[in-house]
Design a binder for this molecule. Sequence first.
Ligand code: G6P
Length: 609
Amino acid sequence: MCGIVAAVADRNIVPVLLEGLRKLEYRGYDSAGLALINELGLQRLRAVGRVAELTAQVDETGAAGNTGIAHTRWATHGVPSERNAHPHISDGLAVVHNGIIENHEALRTRLKADGYEFTSDTDTEVIAHLIAHELKTTGDFFTAVRASIAQLQGAYAIAVLREVEPDRVIVAREGSPLLLGLTDEGNYAASDASALLQVTRRMVYLDNGDCAELLRGSYRITRVDGTPVERAETESQLSADSVELGQYRHYMQKEIFEQPVALSNTLELIGAARSIQPGLLGADAEVTLKDVRQILIIACGTSYHAGLVARYWLEAIAGISCSVEVASEYRYRDSVPDPQTLVVTISQSGETADTLAALHHAKAQGMMRTLAICNVPESSLVRETALRFITRAGPEIGVASTKAFTTQLAALYLLTLVLAKLRGRLTAEHESAELTALRHLPVAVAKVLELEPQIKEWAGHFAMKQHALFLGRGRHYPIAMEGALKLKEISYIHAEAYAAGELKHGPLALVDKEMPVIAVAPNDTLIEKLKSNLQEVRARGGELYVFADADSEMQESDGVHVLHLPEHYGALSALLHVVPLQLLSYHVALVRGTDVDKPRNLAKSVTVE
Ligand code: G6P
């Protein structure tokens, strides 16, 4: 997703802008650009591709200046190209923008009627023209920016500069992140702190609805209506190296606890949105998805489990038929290709050999509508698909995938909602309820993490066991599969997952007092059926460990241990229910003393077949 860096200082700020953009590369982008004010007036450089291409242009031109704004663009409206790259210019002012302006079409029509000429396909260019237009009446730059953003609907963080006011940068945010960095020689702004650690640790985080004016020796913050506000200055504690362990014992533990932040980063674009936009999946998403007939999801390991959960969502909510395949199987199978299928590849690394080969296989059969859901924007998978959604889990070091999985689920839920909307199955009321539920998700996950002490206690019961059975129904069956995978990966206990309804067809024969049975049991439509399955286990002496939720009426009794998750979360409950299973495996592995982050025989990124 787009990244912003802005600066006004008593020094040449171009190296700071470029280094800042490099630090924001992890957000995912397809083009980059900057605008400076210097002796040439307003100078703009833009390049498709990497920040390195932009750096080469800077080296070639010797571009320098004391005031500038810079941007990495992740295309949503308009293909990745130089003409669509930011900054966008209107009448001597330049704008960079992160987010999506939902009412850009109406604004564009109005501005065109007023005589403004558009040179790009972006929603951002309307902001540039709008500010230029407002300047004509207000005469003041800061006032004109505020008057303009008052007319915007959607999510944005922007930075604007103006040729005739060389020592002034205006920034604003609503939904998309933006913070200020303060130094004695000038002031800066960026999408996240990592971009500014090179010059300062003194940060001021802007709230939604804040606008700020940056001068070399001062800054001021107001609300959109001009009311002045104070925001606290903080000393950033962020490590320059985001993969340090910090207070945690293992990366897996750290990554489990990073899930609320990973989810809010992944869902950043819907932060202030009033609607779900296909552009979330890339500039061409609407066209690509419009007449899709079915979905084929291809992935491996944990990513495959994310796909299995998504099948329940896609069919029930979007009403589209979906199949999910292990990549290593699909690539060698004689299947029946349908060019109107959307092929969705899911991968944390984007480098898994089987997933890449499966994608090639699908494309070779004429299935060109492809989407990658991936955590690494630079990866091969992302480069080879038509559409992409970059999860923003941050680097995942532990071999057993945790935060990558939950962010994949969040991405797949967004895909489901986009398709439901395009297919006319999402009422405005439903859409707004879904957005509310998604926005609350990080908090809901944080509350589940508070159950760690109880889960730790349970872990002691498993440590000496050789086998474990995981049960779930519906969309929680793949969650049971993921729980079993986590346990076997890092504790080396043999674990198997079953759809609870299948119990009587075999696994019940294994149940005795030595076989702990873990049940994923949120209060959904299948709860009564699941309760009967659990009775069958208890009647054979099996010890039950039940992960219920606030609404389930499951009671503790002899041999039945119940833990209630704090909230019932409807369709998204799969996302909450995997968290205690991750914690359980982690604590069982700790008791057993295994190498949690690097389990024997396994690799993080499987780049060979
Ligand atoms: C390996 C990792 C798993 C991961 C799987 C798929 O097996 O150990 O954690 O789920 O590969 O990886 P991907 O990067 O494609 O999601």
